[in-house]
Design a binder for this molecule. Structure first.
Ligand code: GCV
Length: 718
């Protein structure tokens, strides 16, 4: 009897303890390190008995502490440090040239400056795991790779792994203002608490750096591209230094946005003309001062002559002249300039799609070696779907870096579940056909324009002060996926989703399987319920929250959704063929030919490049109008499907995170319906066609949708 009672009691205790252990809020991201099943723990434990590492070096210390933290969580004990290999199961965390590795032949030539190798070897007659890089940060990345394997329950008995990043600069761009407001931020305030820095460093800064290092991100641009020169003042540089000091062991450099007019605003000069010697001298002195405080400062990111930002054109100078002046100031210190190609003008009547290409393509070869031209994935602005930017492949003598937007300005903010890995894979895998077939956007990014030239990828961060970092559990996946693509632009969205899901939600295929399936179709669903068949920029004004396809009265033509849809009683779509704006001519002839013909353009880009009548016959056999309605409904139905799948996971996932996702999916469902109804109501007012059978009419008339106002939607201004 007593025995039975005791057994019940202890079972209850175990249950309570495991429940406790699973009370999660998302703070731990994909680095949860939750206990593995006992049988697995035992297998790993035999392989991981102690570690040997030169922990007097800060990055190796960070790596060793991560190894301890990870293993303590996963296999239940704190691995200890030893001076040397003491028996089977030693883990060596080290770099090329370590005396411990004397006589051991390892492929250091394959892993570049930041790569790693992990190998199971016999050393002094003992079974040892070597994690090594040519640099300390390589070894750090190797530790994260080993921990990932263990998180995923993969064997570590006979390892022979090498990996190295294919791009050199892998940065997050924070659009964070000095008052902690985050432009297009949906995850709370900026992490950077400028007012308390430098005296107080929030411990979150370290966790931010850990998370980034775990996916290979090696830089953070701390401030908004809509820039404030004040961050370049000495008192702010002291704060920036405090952040740089926290990030450094994790292999992360800090960068700042440089406001082009800073010499006037904080330097007392009368001009910011890049060809004025006093201006160049001011920037040189500023760069010297920054490097005096932060010796490994990364460089500047600049938005110039775009959306009201100052720039070289204010002085009739070219973008190259502006960028090169800053690049010359940074060059003696090894810094770089990331100069944005997101440039368009209200004074230019040309199709906005064409403006950046027109501005930058003629400047090919005119930029200094330490300038990277930062190009958005598409020519408009981070829409749910855009064709790749025509500049990729068109500037063979200029280093181009990719700019993706991780924060979901145009894809439903934090509450819509939209996995962006598929969108980025689509962009990266696009064939530019320049100079010939097979030169994908990924290859353009990866191939240095000359020996030693810089390569890179930037992601506009979705990180803020919210406890779960990204504003939603699933938006963490986009941060994770960005890091993976920056490391390897030819990676696969599904493989990335699988890893993320298993690390974030648990390794049980009955859980991670449905989650990956939800994720893989989620971005296409957003495309369907917001901007199907190649529509773009149909969002409401300013905050971009919700539909506004009827908006036609904004000051700048290209800010109006009607500019993009060109919908009228005759049809819909933007003619970008030779009979229209001819934006297609900016692509390689093979691409222009395929997308320029109605017979070969894929449905997904139809209305991006063509204006077609409402009764145009689609490949499905439906009329365009019927197809449009069908797509809107498919998008809404997908969200309903995600809700059903998620409901099926109840009880298999910790309660707090499960409930949050359930509620967010309900919001997404309502908003998908709103998008669908409002869009159909508007387009039907032009097409004047009945809805196809089986598709319900919007419950309200068009005016009802037009009257919806959401002036306080987040992210649109300080
Ligand atoms: C930081 C879009 C966004 C702006 C953003 C701009 C850019 O227009 O709506 O908030 O400004 O892109 O990328 O510079």
């Amino acid at each position: 009897m007593w025995r039975k009672l005791l057994a019940i009691l202890s079972a209850l205790l175990v249950f309570a303890a495991s429940n406790q252990a699973h009370a999660e809020d998302g703070y731990d991201l994909w680095l949860r390190y939750r206990p593995l099943p006992e049988s697995q723990q035992k297998q790993y434990a035999a392989r991981l008995t102690h570690f040997v590492a030169p922990t007097h070096r800060p990055t190796i210390l960070a790596a060793a502490e991560e190894l301890q933290r990870g293993l303590e969580g996963l296999i239940g004990y704190r691995i200890v440090q030893r001076e040397t290999v003491m028996g089977d199961g030693a883990v060596l965390v080290t770099t090329k040239g370590s005396p411990l590795l004397e006589g051991v032949d390892l492929p250091f030539d394959r892993i570049g400056a930041e790569g790693y190798l992990i190998r199971s070897i016999a050393l002094y007659g003992k079974r040892v795991t070597v994690i090594a890089g040519n640099s300390d940060v390589g070894a750090l990345y190797g530790v994260f790779a080993l921990l990932k394997r263990i998180q995923l329950g993969q064997p570590i008995d006979s390892l022979d792994l090498t990996d190295a990043p294919r791009l050199r600069v892998r940065v997050l761009d924070h659009w964070d203002n000095l008052d902690r407001y985050v432009e297009r931020g949906y995850a709370g305030q900026s992490l950077w608490d400028w007012q308390k820095l430098p005296r107080y460093s929030d411990p979150r800064y370290t966790d931010y750096a850990r998370a980034n290092a775990s996916i290979g991100i090696n830089g953070a641009v701390l401030t908004n591209v809509n820039a404030n020169a004040d961050v370049l003042r000495p008192e702010y540089l002291a704060k920036v230094k405090a952040l740089a000091d926290v990030f450094r062991p994790w292999g992360i450099r800090v960068y700042l946005t440089a406001r082009f007019s800073a010499p006037i605003e904080i330097g007392g000069l009368k001009t910011a003309d890049p060809l004025d010697p006093a201006v160049a001298a001011w920037w040189r002195a500023k760069a010297d001062a920054i490097y005096g405080v932060i010796p490994d400062f990364g460089g500047f990111l600049v938005k110039a002559n775009s959306e009201g930002q100052p720039g070289p054109a204010d002085y009739h100078r070219s973008h190259a002249e502006g960028a090169n002046m800053l690049a010359d100031a940074l060059a003696p210190h090894g810094g770089i300039v990331m100069w944005r190609a997101f440039v368009y003008s209200a004074q230019n009547a040309e199709d906005r799609h064409k403006q950046a290409y027109d501005e930058f393509a003629p400047l090919d070869g005119k930029f200094r070696d330490n300038v990277l031209l930062q190009v958005k994935n598409g020519a408009i602005d981070f829409q749910p779907r855009e064709p790749f930017h025509p500049l990729f492949g068109a500037m063979p003598r200029t280093p181009l870096m990719m700019e993706f937007q991780i924060t979901k300005e145009y894809l439903g903010f934090a509450t819509h579940l939209a996995y962006l890995g598929t969108m980025w894979e689509e962009a990266l895998a696009s064939d530019t056909f320049r100079p010939g077939r097979g030169n994908t956007v990924a290859r353009v990014l990866e191939t240095p324009v000359d020996a030693g030239a810089v390569t890179g990828m930037a992601g506009v961060a979705n990180i803020g002060s919210d406890r779960n970092w990204s504003g939603s559990q699933f938006d963490q996946a986009n941060w994770y996926a960005f890091g993976r693509f920056a490391w390897n632009p030819e990676d696969k969205a599904e493989a990335i989703a699988r890893d993320w899901a298993a690390m974030t939600w648990g390794d049980d295929p009955a859980v991670s399987g449905p989650i990956v399936e939800m994720m893989m179709g989620s971005r296409e669903a957003v495309v369907d319920y917001m901007t199907p068949l190649g529509l773009g920029h149909q969002m409401a004004t300013g905050h971009h929250y919700g539909p506004g396809p009827w908006i036609a009265d904004l000051a700048r033509p290209e800010w109006n959704p009607t500019y993009y849809s060109r919908a009228d009683t005759g049809g819909i779509g933007f003619d970008r063929t030779a009979t229209g704006s001819d934006a297609l001519s900016q692509y390689a002839p093979d691409v222009a030919k395929r997308w320029g013909s109605l017979a070969t353009v894929p449905d997904r880009l139809l209305l991006w490049f063509h204006h077609v009548p409402w009764d145009y016959r689609m490949k499905s056999g439906r009329t365009l109008w019927d197809e449009l309605v069908t797509r809107y409904d498919a998008g809404v139905a997908y969200v309903a499907g995600m809700q059903a799948r998620w409901a099926g996971l109840k009880g298999r996932i910790d309660a707090q995170r499960w409930a949050e996702v359930r509620d967010f999916l309900a919001i997404q469902r309502d908003e998908a319906q709103w998008w669908r109804d409002a869009s159909i109501a508007y387009f039907q007012s032009l097409s004047k066609r009945p809805l196809p059978a089986g598709h319900a009419a919007p419950p309200h008339d068009l005016d009802w949708y037009k009257a919806i106002r959401t002036p306080y939607a987040p992210g649109n201004g300080g």
